[in-house]
Unconditional design. Structure first.
Length: 278
């Protein structure tokens, strides 16, 4: 693949996924392209639910991606630059097909109207989407499967923080990340989330998700993993800062997603990379 398509992919990831993009810069030069390919793939699949108006269309798009993954592993021709980049990553880093397939299967839940019944269901979904993505990234970074446990926990922590950050956007699309049984325990239901009003009672439910994210982050730090994996795991080092800002009592939880400056992002991820701590 020529330089121009690679640069377009890199620019895309830098724009839509700056946390992972900055972390990828701390990978060895020969491994960064594989990370960029993975993150561009994740973006294209994750945004399906935002760009389709009918679940059937979304499933067709997911089916197209399943076909592309199958083509990669069956050595059939592919023409889309992103798929070509993904093929190169699969070939060079021996990425397992099963992780891609399970990831795509779980993404089908993005198109379902039913919210997550309980915390276990939310954790399963997040572990297969964000978790498998980070496990693949750790393999690209050079850790093979030795960082799987840390990647699983770190990815869930980072994703939960992201769910809190995107409460307003998800509510606008009638997508509820808060477990139904948590809501029911407070006399609420998903419609209260879609109303996008952070009442004191609803805030207590959101605080449970923040606490769960913190616990997963702590569990990730307790895991042993090869230092090479830090380029894949480092985004999770932003979890605490994002949660602290999102849960600020003065902030509208359903307002614009919490962000941080590029300077702070780079500084926090650089510290994680230098200290091998997530």
């Amino acid at each position: 693949m020529t330089e121009a398509p690679w640069r377009e992919l890199e620019d895309l990831v830098a724009r839509v996924d700056p946390d992972r993009y900055v972390a990828a810069l701390f990978a060895a030069r020969g491994r960064r392209g594989g990370l960029i390919a993975l993150y561009a793939f994740n973006h294209e699949v994750a945004r399906i639910r935002e760009i389709v108006h009918e679940p059937l269309v979304g499933h067709i798009r997911l089916g197209w991606w399943r076909e592309q993954i199958a083509a990669i592993y069956e050595r059939r021709a592919v023409t889309m630059p992103l798929v070509m980049a993904l093929r190169q990553a699969v070939d060079v880093f021996a990425l397992p097909q099963a992780l891609f397939e399970s990831y795509l299967d779980a993404r089908a839940l993005d198109l379902a109207e039913a919210p997550f019944a309980d915390e276990a269901a939310l954790e399963r979904y997040t572990g297969v989407t964000a978790g498998f993505l980070m496990q693949l990234a750790a393999r690209v970074a050079g850790a093979e499967q030795r960082a799987d446990a840390a990647a699983h926990r770190a990815a869930i922590a980072f994703a939960y923080a992201g769910f809190i950050r995107s409460l307003g956007l998800d509510a606008a699309h009638r997508f509820c990340r808060l477990p139904v049984d948590w809501l029911a325990a407070e006399g609420l239901n998903p419609e209260d989330v879609f109303a996008a009003k952070a009442t004191p009672i609803l805030r207590t439910v959101i605080e449970r998700l923040a606490l769960a994210a913190t616990k997963h982050a702590q569990a990730a730090r307790a895991q042993n993993f090869p230092t090479s994996a830090i380029a894949a795991l480092a985004p999770a080092a932003l979890t605490g800062a994002y949660i602290k800002r999102a849960m600020n009592p003065q902030r509208d939880l359903f307002g614009q997603p919490v962000d941080m400056s590029q300077t702070e992002r780079v500084a926090r991820i650089a510290l994680s990379a230098l200290t091998w701590r997530i």
